[in-house]
Design a protein around this ligand. Sequence first.
Ligand SMILES: Nc1ncnc2c1ncn2[C@@H]1O[C@H](COP(=O)(O)OP(=O)(O)OP(=O)(O)O)[C@@H](O)[C@H]1O
Length: 295
Amino acid sequence: MPPSPNPAAAAEIHLHAPPSTDPPAAEALIRLAGVTVALGGRPVLHGVDLAVAPGEILTVLGPNGSGKSTLLRTLIGAVRPARGTVWRRPGLRLGYVPQRLAIDATMPLTVDRFLSLPVRRPRADKAAALAEVGLGALGRRQLTELSGGQFQRVLLARALLGRPEVLLLDEPTQALDQPGTAQFYRLIADIRARLGCAVVMVSHDLHVVMSASDRVICVNGHICCEGTPAVVSSAPEYRALFGLGTAGALALYRHAHDHGHDHAHDHGHDHTHDHAHDHAREAPRSRAAAPEETP
Ligand SMILES: Nc1ncnc2c1ncn2[C@@H]1O[C@H](COP(=O)(O)OP(=O)(O)OP(=O)(O)O)[C@@H](O)[C@H]1O
């Protein structure tokens, strides 16, 4: 049985940090409170409070080695925290795509058979999952014959077979080029709209993430800032980690999301302009680093 949440511990943590944008406790599908994780005797994550709401797209950003994969593995229960509580709604269905999946390239394995590993699945379910990710015709194809983008979609189809309420994707676009990455995020948005599942994904694609997420958290051993993509990209903690290079992406994000054009003239040229009326005037929500904890 999962450990029950500890409201007292959560309240204590918020004494030291501004309120987060986490959903109200009653709505959460997964909730971490005061979570510290140590691997190989070393603290990797400390003082993490996080809740995942139904249907949201939550993106996890952070430098290499900052604990993003560990956070996902903690959310699914593959890693046990040294301190704090992890709560999942009873019976919650999870779909997880790991960062790496070692497949022997010499082993003959069709897409269809792969989808029945490790759990045998009805043929109709597999066909439906492949159709869901736009690969309806590829069931008999060998895995070794797939492109990087197709393989990623097959992994996604496999995660969808359990009809997840939360889909967790660890750097799903790392092998894809920019158009492939943008296409993949569009697919994720479609799947969220069709299935209504929450999506938690680790990404390094700062530019694309700006328009693909409802909420972003920036991890660096702890959650150092969080909020809407526009808010996070203006946070000093984020800029200290990633620099100012996402200004263009932010302009694009605002341009695409904030307004309909009321100037009727045809520009006749391709540009992006940063309109001043962005909707994210609120201050970024920073989270102070929790003091180092000993497990
Ligand atoms: N099994 C393990 N044993 C010991 N240390 C580990 C283990 N797995 C990960 N670590 C360490 O924990 C830290 C966080 O790793 P993690 O994979 O969560 O980071 P990440 O942010 O996902 O990194 P990347 O962006 O490079 O994938 C790293 O310093 C890593 O070396």
